[in-house]
Design a protein around this ligand. Structure first.
Ligand code: SF4
Length: 72
């Protein structure tokens, strides 16, 4: 579990955890990229997703109801 701080593909994911309402849509859309902590708040597993995961990450950003996610 090394933090992925490489810049590639999308350039990375930014998360505003204080906006997260724990809906879990991001995990459903991109389970390889997002997870939820014990309180249901989003965790980023892969901050610089590969092209394949990047498509799912885009879906997750669109699916998030609180606007907590963005692609840089
Ligand atoms: S979809 Fe948005 S609100 Fe729901 S867990 Fe993910 S970041 Fe949080």
């Amino acid at each position: 579990m090394t933090p992925a701080e490489r810049t590639s593909g999308t350039g990375g994911i930014s998360v505003e955890r204080d906006r997260c309402v724990g809906a879990g849509q991001c995990v459903l859309a991109a389970p390889a990229v997002f997870d939820q902590d014990e309180e249901g708040l989003v965790l980023v597993l892969d901050n610089a997703p590969s092209a394949l995961r990047s498509d799912a990450a885009h879906d997750a950003v669109r699916a998030c109801p609180s606007g907590a996610l963005a692609l840089r």
